[in-house]
Every structure is written in structure tokens, then in C-alpha cells.
Design a binder for this molecule. Sequence first.
Ligand SMILES: [Zn+2]
Ligand SMILES: [Zn+2]
Length: 336
Amino acid sequence: MKAAVLCGEKEIRVQNMPEPVCESHGVIIKVKLCGVCGSDLHVYKKDEGKGTIFGHEFSGDIVEVGSGVQGITTDMRVTAVGFSPCGKCYWCQQGKSHRCSDMALLGYQLPGAMAEYVHVPFAALGRNVFPLPEELTYEDGASVEPLSISYFSVNRAQPKENEIVAVIGLGVIGLYSIQVLKAMGVTKIFASGRRPARLAAAKACGADLVIDAAKEDAAKIIMEATGNLGVNTVIECAGKQETFDQSVAITRGGGKIMLVGVYEEPIKWDPITVLSKNLTLIGCLGGNFPAAIELLKSGKAKTKDIITHIFSLDEAAEAFRAQLQDPRAIKVMIKP
Ligand SMILES: [Zn+2]
Ligand SMILES: [Zn+2]
């Protein structure tokens, strides 16, 4: 089968690879669509993982089911999460492999879905393999993973309908966070980002005030718009020193800052700025697939303003270049 393989720094090549073999606990999925993720770009840029087959945001059809797998049948349209515990660490030895400290992830240590077929180990219906309701397209299916992260992070903040929430950083997670906030009934959503295509998408997703942080002082505008009180909650999806400082500056006393974006570098901060306002900083790492599927099914979350490019598997190198550099790109997908 064909697969897109990382062969060096920013070098993706489509190669012929052996088809995956189905383990008794696994399933094989014929991949229909697979998103390029910001996390993939961290590895792609740094030449950290020669031989990696990326792809953890995907949808497809089940074509083979391991003998020990219950309830999953061929021809099911699904999205899935793949991981494999190490079997050796403290937690694995205790039989608590879900806490494994050396978990191998599909799309990184395990071959991912930027290929014609992908093997998902330890397949369990409703736990890591999720059937797509008929209302969902394969585009929707491949968007469930990032949307599930936005849902998880926003839901952790428990925003109330009459609160003001700011989303800082308008990548895919930030944009889906706006849709999730809207779906939860939050009536005032501010959004701050940099690229014109993403600012337009934020508006389309339902943000009430969209700030071009490349040209404007986002903190100043948000403070003015809130009568100098600041917002109740920030969803920080950018992960930079500047956006962290901004988040602290624009959150009102007693407010919350959800740390969602991955910080590529450590940052500096003065804890007095947080304690003097009784702020709560909350780290977010997780996803909720069933909630994301429900949001897509109800039409409250939509992929149309977010998926901007779809490339064939043969054009995988181009897809990565677009995701990294093309100013119009929001979510780029690969169609094997
Ligand atoms: Zn991802
Ligand atoms: Zn382990």
C-alpha cells in the first residue's frame, strides 16, 4: 500500500509499504480522509522522527476485525483513536495500562492514517472506535478528534451563558472552541488571531468580536469592550509568551484561563499577576469523541469553514507545505 513517510526535516515521501496485519485485538480501517495536525508539524519541522507515518485525525471504513474484537463489523464507517501501552512500566505491571507512562500513539510511534490502510490496536466500540452516524461525512469524521479537544477544554471551563469568553489563537482548536461556546449558549465570544483567513473563519464560526492581533492591541480592545473589567474566561489556544501575558491581563478577578495551546518554549511569568486577581489556571489535555460526534450530528459544529484544502495521498508533501505555510490554510486533509 501507499503511505506518506517522514524521511527527514520537512521531507515527506509517498512510499510503498507492507499492508498492516490485523492483530486479534485490532481492526484495519481503509482510510477515507486524514487531517494534518499542528502536532504533526512540530515533528515535521524538527526532523525528530524519521520513518514516522503521521495521521491521528481520520475517518474510514472497517475492512478487517480481529478475532477477539466484539461489536465492530466490516463496512462500519468510523473514526478512531489508536494507542498501545508499553506493557513494562509501573502502571502496566499493575494492570492499569490506561495510565501507561510510555504509551505508543497512532500517527507517531505507531503507523498512522496517512496511508491507504491503518491498524488500530485494542479496538473497542465506543471506547476508541466510534461509528459515524449517517449524517456525518468522512470530512466530519476526520474532524471529530480536533473538535473533541475543543469540547473537552471548553467544557472544563463550565462557561455560563451570560459570561464573556475570549478565544486567543485561531487555529483549528480555537475555531472549534468558538463553535462549542456558541453551542453551549455563551452569548459574548471574543476572538483574537493573526491570519486573515482565520479571522474570517472566526466570524463565520460565531465570534461576536474578532481582533486582528497582527495589527491591533488585542488586550486593549478587549478591556475597552468590557468596560475595563476583562472577560470571565480565556481559552488560550496559541501557546506563546505573548498570548499567556495577554490572557492574564484580560481576565477579570476570579476568572479562569484554560491552557489549551501547546507551548513550544517555556515561558516567564510573575505569579503575583495571577494571585492578585484570584485567577484559576487550568491545563487541558483530553478529548470527548461522543460529544464531538453529537455536535456535528446536530449541526451545531460544522467543518465547512475550517477544512480549506484536500490533497490526494500522492500530494502529501504538498499538503504538509500548505498546512505549514499557506496563509489561506486552516485545516488541510489528505484523501488516500
Ligand atoms: Zn491532532
Ligand atoms: Zn506502560
